[in-house]
Design a protein around this ligand. Structure first.
Ligand code: THG
Length: 366
């Protein structure tokens, strides 16, 4: 593919100077902001992520801040996940849906206090929907995008690196919990979370001025741990079954179709605007759903939907795919009709360069 032209419309991040100094070789655009796609090569980055530690500029995970007396009520309007058990100190993975039950985003919500949340969004303009609801329902809340940029520390040596910069206390964090830690006199929210299955942290960096000092401190502290700049890795995230909004699910899908039914308790999510629509589909169950797919052959990059065929009949599509060096197969994510979603079902996938054998896998590669 050709290069992405820089312009003001495609926003840089507070870490972009560090990313460039580290030799970034590819970018995509996410929430109208630059997101690195690889540094050395996708495969080299993959092996390094699984064996060492990386620092990721994930500032594209923009925050929608909801603050005010109606913050809790507005949050529950957005999601079929029951938020009554969510306390300050917790992060929740929350499917967000419109009035038809269609997925608008799959963010990580961070509860800062009873009346203040950050919604750490995937690639869609969730801010506009939230502001529209707040205005339309005359809610007593402020909704905006604060100067907060997540920086991820991911990989098996993430605990060791994070402890050197934030102290041993970070090691006590449980999965999807956060704490407040000091860095150069600044308060930082640090959570045990991140868009990989290798473990690690996400630092919600408040204030662009402290971004490069933190980036540099992590790079220096981790020199003997072989720390390297990295980014969400296509191969590793498919192996782990981490979904990508806009790729693996869209507004045309319910959370149940996306395989996110375990994050929904629609019956008790009182106030969710998509509740009535989802109660109907959650009773019946979805007729198509996300599946792990194994594909044989030398495939092109998956930059469009690939039809999944049973003979002449289309029974689904592949939405993400990559060669996995560790599993020595092409790992893929697809949306497959109920009639063909059972483990071991043999299908054909139609790509721009040919037709290849595809098999529905029991689980992701974790
Ligand atoms: N972290 C933060 N914000 C984000 C992402 C993130 N915003 C964009 C994008 N990623 C949102 N999508 C996801 C997808 C998967 C997960 C988090 C955000 C995830 N899932 C785990 C899993 O499926 O194994 C665990 C979820 C759970 O058990 O609660 O982590 O990565 N800040």
């Amino acid at each position: 593919m050709a290069v992405i032209a820089g312009s003001r419309r495609v926003r840089r991040t507070p870490f972009s100077d560090g990313v460039e100094a580290a030799g970034v070789k590819g970018y995509t655009v996410y929430n109208r902001m630059l997101l690195p796609t690889f540094f050395r090569s996708v495969v080299e980055d993959y092996h390094h992520l699984k064996s060492a530690v990386q620092v990721w500029d994930v500032a594209v995970e923009r925050q929608v801040e909801i603050r005010g007396p109606d913050a809790g009520r507005l949050m529950q309007m957005l999601t079929p996940r029951d938020l009554r058990g969510m306390l300050p100190g917790m992060c929740y993975y929350v499917p967000m849906v419109d009035e038809t039950g269609g997925m608008l985003n799959d963010p990580v919500a961070v509860k800062l206090s009873e009346d203040r949340y950050w919604v750490s969004i995937a690639d869609s303009d969730l801010l506009l929907w939230v502001k529209g609801l707040a205005y339309g329902f005359r809610m007593d809340v402020m909704v905006d995008e604060p100067d907060v940029s997540p920086l991820a520390i991911q990989g098996p040596k993430a605990d060791a690196l994070a402890a050197r910069v934030f102290g041993d206390g970070v090691k006590d964090l449980r999965f999807f919990r956060y704490g407040h830690f000091d860095f150069q006199g600044r308060d930082m929210v640090v959570a045990r979370s991140g868009y990989s299955k290798q473990g690690g942290f996400e630092v919600y960096v408040e204030g662009a001025d402290i971004a490069m000092p933190l980036w540099n401190a992590l790079m220096e502290a981790g020199r003997d741990l072989d720390v390297h700049a990295g980014c969400p890795n296509l191969i590793e995230r498919i192996e782990g079954g981490l979904l990508s909004y806009g790729n693996d699910m869209t507004r045309d899908n319910t959370p149940h179709e996306a395989g996110l039914g375990r994050f929904c308790s629609t019956q008790t999510a009182i106030g969710c605007v998509g509740r009535d629509a989802l109660l109907r589909v959650s009773k019946e169950g979805p007729v198509k759903q996300v599946r792990a797919i194994r594909i044989e052959g030398d495939l092109p990059p998956c930059d469009r939907e690939w039809p999944l065929m049973d003979g002449q009949q289309q029974v689904g599509s592949v939405t993400s795919s990559a060669w996995s060096p560790d599993f020595e197969t092409n790992v893929a994510i697809g949306m497959v009709r109920m009639t063909h979603w059972d483990r071991g079902t043999d299908l054909d996938v139609v790509t721009p360069t040919g037709v290849f054998p595809a098999i529905v896998n029991e689980t992701f590669w974790i």
